[in-house]
Design a protein around this ligand. Structure first.
Ligand SMILES: NC(=O)c1ccc[n+]([C@@H]2O[C@H](COP(=O)([O-])OP(=O)(O)OC[C@H]3O[C@@H](n4cnc5c(N)ncnc54)[C@H](OP(=O)(O)O)[C@@H]3O)[C@@H](O)[C@H]2O)c1
Length: 322
């Protein structure tokens, strides 16, 4: 079958390790099943893998991709939950299983005609969502959903700042937060992306690092080092900074004095549970929110999608169709 794999790591030239071509058919072990992929979406995680972040070379070659929607073995339309973990070892939350992995870390991922997953990782796809829309949800949108609605100590009516408006998680945060009645503010280095964030539903937009009209209840961070100092300045006393990613670097100065003196909370968040994915699907169905797709292209042209993400020329999700 056709698949897109990471064959080698290269921290500086991630595209050099990307291979497109024939790959062995999946062989599902007991309790697992095969999904015929109809659409899959790209995440920064796939670029990190090609750079050698998050897995060891003995796992190569491995099929890339965390997100997919497709057909199960009986022909039902399904969305694939990307977290492979045991909820029973961690109080019902598989994201807290110490040995959990994401698809494409230990087991082959979704950028293929077919993939094997545990049966419990399949969630019914609502008919209202296309395969392309559904394929955007399991990583970026699920992460945004958990950050906003489960991890952040805020509620509807709160003011939330999203750093780096163009990314997959950032656009998901704006869309989901707006639909739930939060006042969403966003920053971007790019004037064009700031304009698009307004169109998407952001209440106000700012240049990266700009002084805000008032401090916010919570900041949503995916950018990391480049925006961390601004995030700590932007949040009001007693507020929270939620972080799920660090695209620009993971070790900025911590500014500990500001954190304790203003009694700030720094809250990490990663992915979400199968139950949260099911609730996210219902949320989209009920609210009318649909994932923002930057572009859709055949899986055979995946290299172009990776190049666009590496160049930062993305606003929303890149979807590959199979
Ligand atoms: N923990 C989890 O479960 C989880 C899940 C999903 C994603 N993530 C992580 O979250 C991060 C975001 O991923 P993504 O796929 O949504 O998007 P992404 O392609 O990494 O882009 C995020 C945004 O970061 C901003 N940015 C990038 N480099 C920057 C720099 N040097 N200075 C200032 N801003 C910069 C850009 O905003 P502007 O151009 O608008 O300024 C860009 O739109 C990644 O690191 C990813 O690995 C983690």
């Amino acid at each position: 079958m056709f698949a897109v794999t990471a064959a080698r790591f290269d921290a500086d030239d991630p595209l050099s390790g990307l291979e497109l071509g024939e790959h062995a058919e999946p062989e599902p072990p007991g309790g697992w099943t095969t999904v015929t992929v109809k659409a899959a979406s790209l995440n920064h995680h796939d670029v990190w893998t090609l750079r050698g972040v998050g897995l060891s070379a003995d796992r190569l070659p491995i099929v890339l991709g965390c997100d997919a929607a497709g057909l199960d073995a009986d022909g039902n339309e399904v969305v694939v939950h990307a977290v492979i973990g045991d909820p029973l070892v961690a109080g019902g939350d598989e994201t807290l299983d110490p040995s959990r992995s994401l698809l494409s870390e230990r087991y082959d991922g979704t950028f293929a005609e077919r993939l094997a997953v545990p049966q419990r990782n399949l969630v019914a796809k609502p008919a209202a969502l296309s395969f392309a829309e559904a394929a955007c949800l399991p990583t970026a949108y699920l992460t945004a959903f958990r950050m906003l609605f489960d991890r952040a100590p805020i509620g509807p009516g709160s003011t939330v700042l999203v750093q780096g408006a163009g990314g997959g998680v950032a656009t998901a945060l704006i869309l989901l937060g707006r639909a739930a009645g939060y006042r969403m503010w966003a920053t971007s280095r790019s004037a064009a992306k700031r304009e698009r964030a307004l169109e998407l539903g952001a209440d106000q937009v700012f240049e990266a690092g700009a002084r805000l009209p008032e401090r916010v209840d919570a900041v949503m961070e995916t950018v990391g080092a480049a925006t961390w100092a601004h995030s700590l300045r932007a949040v009001k006393p007693g507020g929270a900074v939620l972080i799920c990613g660090a695209t620009s670097g993971a070790v900025p100065p911590a500014d500990l004095t500001r954190i304790f003196f203003l009694q700030l909370s720094v809250i990490g968040s990663t992915m979400g549970t199968r139950d949260e994915l099911a609730r996210l699907l219902t949320f989209c169905e009920q609210s009318g929110v649909r994932p923002l797709i930057d572009r859709t292209m055949p899986l055979t042209e995946a290299a172009d999608g990776f190049a666009a993400m590496i160049a930062g020329e993305v606003f929303g999700k890149i979807v590959f169709t199979v």
